[in-house]
Ligand binder design. Structure first.
Ligand SMILES: Cc1cc2nc3c(=O)[nH]c(=O)nc-3n(C[C@H](O)[C@H](O)[C@H](O)COP(=O)(O)OP(=O)(O)OC[C@H]3O[C@@H](n4cnc5c(N)ncnc54)[C@H](O)[C@@H]3O)c2cc1C
Length: 489
């Protein structure tokens, strides 16, 4: 039987398939569209996503193909507030502007290099789940699998089949977008946005085009034209200038919705199928890729006998992160589209004041870069030691403090019999570099090891267990809770 059927080959489905293949699962990916979408859609990759995509060796190629935006300028009521991303604690202190079609292309290449492929023109129409597996009714017949993940976007058929409600609301605001050439003195290394009588944002894309997003007051349904977009730019920016060569012009509405369960038995949801929100802050695709990164290794461990608690932690860890994003993008959207002149004046005043408060700007930019999306709240995270990187937090680079050194971040490896072995235990020594300890739960229980503290780094890079002093019995128990019973020797 197939281990995993991934329904939908957008960024979420492609990332999930890559992760699952990397961890040794037998995977099939289907997509009802006959060809990948050529549309640019998401144009921002956040720092955390770039860190995660390092695992697949994709980050250098993305940076090469993208345009890093190191600043954001917000013009409100004649004042300009500028924010720099230079201080972000990451190797990628910027928003990487790159069309979604290019990101998907690189993820697809990676999928193929791992031995996978996308079966195109194959839609899912129904599914039947039981305790042992799932039967999917596809365009090309029935497919039996142990796990099925709906990565089939905002109108998810998988979600409908599960009978889950996509609770939330649609915004009144109407938006337009254009990927165009703009003959204006636009800074190419910054996001420029104008919050006045209507909102306009400009993201310089690689290759000279710019993504424009603006609110409009009418509810026209006809096709957006270049002169209409040019008139908006002229009215809201100081530049005027000529627009030309549109690659994409569209009108759209935005929604904020989320399901209340990410898992129903052997069927799960990820990406836009589970949550959608305003594009303010450029979070949607990033969240989907990170959902997939959280889920792939857990499904692999479930196939090797991990307890249900491990898979339940997918909802427990990822649902609150998307819920927080829905709230934050809602606030940003409402602030950006305030109509009443007095409220606008108040917003502009507050914006200028906040722009001068470094700690607040730091917190906001970290959050937008998704660098604070930890899993501290997870039921499988164990944190029982002072010092060193805290459990559930994003692992920092070496050294972590004067006294503690995180020696190595390592994922699981598969032994000759195809069994998954953890080699992600890391000794934290008080003096010097300590000894790296490679352990499986059984080895820990039997032999123990010398260290002043122990960190277990999960396959997705988060610290899952922090214990001190090294206590073989407690570590083995924590591992069993996190990843299942000890492997037979
Ligand atoms: C204008 C705009 C700007 C945006 N800007 C940003 C941004 O800057 N940053 C950001 O992070 N996000 C942004 N987003 C959001 C981003 O595009 C989405 O969050 C992202 O595409 C979600 O990826 P996904 O793989 O979950 O779903 P999708 O990309 O929607 O992919 C779903 C796939 O499933 C397939 N499918 C659907 N139904 C079936 C079925 N029944 N059977 C088989 N296959 C099926 C579809 O053909 C599709 O290929 C933006 C979106 C828009 C519209």
């Amino acid at each position: 039987m197939l281990d995993l059927l991934v329904v939908g080959a957008g960024p979420t489905g492609l990332m999930l398939a890559c992760e699952a293949l990397r961890h040794g699962l037998r995977v099939r990916v289907v997509d009802r569209a006959p060809a990948p979408s050529p549309l640019s859609r998401a144009v921002v990759l956040q720092a955390r996503t770039l860190e995660i995509l390092e695992t697949h060796g994709l980050t250098p190629a993305l940076i090469e193909a993208g345009n890093p935006l190191r600043h954001a300028h917000f013009s409100t009521g004649g004042r300009q507030v500028s924010v720099s991303f230079d201080h972000l604690p990451t190797r990628y202190p910027y928003l990487l502007c790159i069309p979604q079609s290019a990101t998907e292309g690189l993820l697809h290449d990676r999928l193929v290099s791992l031995g996978g492929r996308v079966d195109r023109g194959v839609g899912l129409h129904a599914l039947r789940a039981d305790v042992d597996g799932v039967t999917a009714v596809l365009d090309d017949g029935e497919q039996r699998c142990a796990w099925l993940v709906g990565c089939d976007g905002a109108h998810s058929e998988v979600r409908k089949q599960l009978g889950l409600t996509f609770s939330g609301h649609a915004y009144e605001e109407r938006l337009v977008l254009g990927d165009v050439n703009w003959d204006a003195p636009l800074p190419t290394d910054a996001l420029s946005s104008f919050l006045g009588d209507g909102f306009l944002a400009a993201f310089p894309l690689p290759g000279g085009r710019v993504r424009l997003i603006a609110t409009v007051d009418d509810d026209r349904e006809d096709e957006l034209t270049l002169p209409e977009l040019a008139a908006i730019c002229e009215a809201r920016s100081p530049w005027g200038g000529r627009l030309s060569d549109p690659a994409w012009l569209a009108r759209f509405r935005i929604h904020a919705r989320q399901v209340d369960r990410y898992r129903v038995g052997r069927v799960l949801l990820a990406g836009d199928a589970a949550h959608i929100h305003s594009p303010a802050g450029g979070q949607g695709m990033n969240l989907g890729i990170q959902d997939a990164h959280n889920l792939g290794w857990k499904l692999a461990m479930m196939q090797r006998g991990a307890p249900a608690a491990l898979l339940d932690s997918y909802h427990a860890e990822r649902h609150p992160i998307a819920a927080r994003t829905l709230r934050a993008t809602d606030v940003a959207t409402r602030l950006g589209t305030v109509r009443h002149p007095w409220l606008r004046a108040l917003r502009d005043l507050a914006g200028s004041a906040v722009g001068g408060l470094a700690p607040v700007v730091d917190a906001i930019t970290r959050s937008v870069a998704e660098l604070d999306t930890g899993v501290e709240h997870s039921p499988i995270v164990v944190d029982d030691a002072p010092g060193g990187p805290r459990s559930g937090g994003r692992p920092a680079d070496l050294p972590v403090s004067e006294d503690h050194v995180l020696m190595q971040i390592a994922g699981p490896s598969t032994d000759a019999d195809g069994r998954l072995r953890l080699r992600a235990c890391v000794a934290v020594a008080r003096d010097g570099w300590g000894d790296r300890v490679r352990v499986a739960p059984t080895t820990v229980a039997r032999e123990g090891f010398d260290a002043d503290g122990v960190l277990l780094v999960r396959p997705d890079g988060y610290v899952g267990v922090r214990l001190a002093p090294a206590d073989p019995g407690r570590l083995a128990a924590a591992l069993a809770r996190a990843v299942g019973p000890p492997l037979p020797e």
